[in-house]
Design a protein around this ligand. Structure first.
Ligand code: UDP
Length: 425
């Protein structure tokens, strides 16, 4: 269903810049989600403004992606990278800048879709000051995250309280998997309205490249058994488990086993610590000859890596959704993933890949070996993964469902003078 009128909406993602390079520092699934949802909503007729904070002096204030979709970077603290756990104090400035932007443009947004708890607070504060509909996607829940990590940051109490207030008060929370929805109900609040709308992926970008062509492009020999990881360097991603699993693989002594660990920042940036830690484990286990770190994989090479791989491993300790799993499946590559969170929803065990207990390097080694030693089954798993993504996880279908939700919520509000004028804008 198309928007009833050409309507201007704001996606707010203070900490996840939709125009940023993905795969480094804290830029990952949330940035991709906002960018792709923004793009798909614009194609469906919405005027989409995506708000984030400026995190470097070189960044332009407005990036026009396409006629109906742009990223707007507001000032919130110094123009430098600030980790998520230290951003809260800069949010009042972000709100003031957002309001100044509305004033300057002569309209007010009547619907905002906030992303991550920091932006949920921005939305809830704005809602006190102007009439608006707020839809929220968490991307990560403090209540789940903090049960899986050793270092609980000082901001945790505030985050948990805001996540609870958000679920209980915003117009609709979007859960991206049934597992996330269950966590919200069990660990956050029994009140508030949740709608299940999954994340999606680009089925035209991931999928069309044949494996042979991908390997030629990347200069990977046809007989190599290629195990792929794609993602940020963050302890919660469980890369250590994957490396230890490779050390235990029955194929370890074969010259053709290759582990490719894609993602990561330029040297000296924040995720460098985890990258260095992983590199030292690789060295300690004697895996340097069969492991490569190609760094951040940009859009022009990422589809080749997925297409070339024999198996893609997602060893996260916790994963609210996990875009990498569906990107690999769209590329006809089976997935071995931790049996947690959204990965339980996307990966169908024995059909599109395998699920194993998180942090269990023996189970990961066995699952990887099962796929690598059975090429026919690998092909079947890959085909089934592609079909599953085409049916359930395209950005187009995600945007159609969000459009229905937005229209439904907007239809319930009585337009004010401002919203009337901006509908016509
Ligand atoms: N990604 C990328 N290049 C890289 C590493 C990651 O484009 O070098 C992208 C990846 O394709 C996916 C996103 O970053 O779209 C990671 O999303 P996911 O939900 O798997 O994890 P998150 O970062 O949200 O924890």
């Amino acid at each position: 269903m198309l928007p009833t009128k050409k309507h201007r909406i704001a996606l707010i993602s203070v900490d996840g810049d939709p125009a940023a390079e993905i795969g480094q520092e804290e830029a990952g699934g949330q940035n991709v989600y906002v960018r792709q949802v923004g793009h798909a909503l614009a194609l469906q007729g919405w005027q989409v403004d995506m708000f984030t904070r400026r995190s470097s002096a070189e960044q332009v204030a407005i990036v026009q992606h396409e006629p109906n979709c742009r990223t707007i970077r507001l000032k919130a603290g110094p123009a430098e990278f600030i980790g998520r756990d230290r951003l809260f104090e800069h949010l009042p400035e972000f709100i003031a800048e957002f309001q100044a932007f509305q004033q300057e443009q002569g309209f007010q947004y009547s619907l905002i879709h906030s992303n991550y708890w920091l932006s949920s607070w921005v939305g809830m504060e704005l809602k006190k000051q102007q009439q608006l509909i707020q839809v929220h996607t968490y991307h990560s829940l403090g209540a789940v995250k903090y049960s899986a990590v050793a270092d609980i940051p000082a901001i945790a109490t505030k985050r948990l309280a805001i996540e609870k207030a958000c679920l209980e008060s915003v117009d609709r929370v979007v859960a991206t998997s049934p597992q996330e929805q269950e966590h919200m109900r069990r660990l956050v609040s029994t009140q508030g309205q949740i709608e299940l709308i999954p994340c999606g992926t680009d089925v035209d970008k991931f999928g069309p490249i044949p494996r042979v062509a991908a390997r030629q492009e990347l200069r990977i020999a046809p007989d190599v058994k290629m195990v792929l990881y794609v993602g940020r360097f963050d302890q919660r991603k469980g890369i250590e488990t994957l490396v230890r699993a490779i050390a235990r693989s029955s194929l370890r002594d074969q010259a053709n086993l290759q582990l490719v660990i894609g993602g990561g920042s330029r040297p000296g940036h924040s995720d460098g610590i985890e990258r260095d830690r992983i590199a030292s484990i690789v060295a300690e286990l004697g895996l340097e000859d069969c492991t490569t770190f190609p760094g951040r994989l940009n859009d022009s090479v990422l589809p080749f890596y997925y297409a070339a791989a024999d198996v893609c491993v997602v060893p996260s300790h916790y994963e609210p959704f996990g875009l990498v799993a569906i990107e690999a499946m769209a590329s006809r590559t089976p997935v071995v993933a931790s049996d947690v969170g959204g990965l339980r929803f996307t990966v169908v065990p024995e059909i599109t890949g395998l699920l194993v207990p998180p942090k269990d390097e023996v189970a990961f080694a066995n699952a990887i070996d099962r796929i690598l030693t059975n090429p026919d089954w690998r092909e079947q798993l890959g085909e089934a993964g592609r079909q599953r993504v085409e049916i359930a996880f395209s950005w187009h279908s995600v945007a159609s469902r969000l459009t229905q939700l937005y229209n439904h919520l907007l239809a319930q509000t009585i337009p004010t003078k401002e919203t009337k004028s901006q509908v016509a804008a």
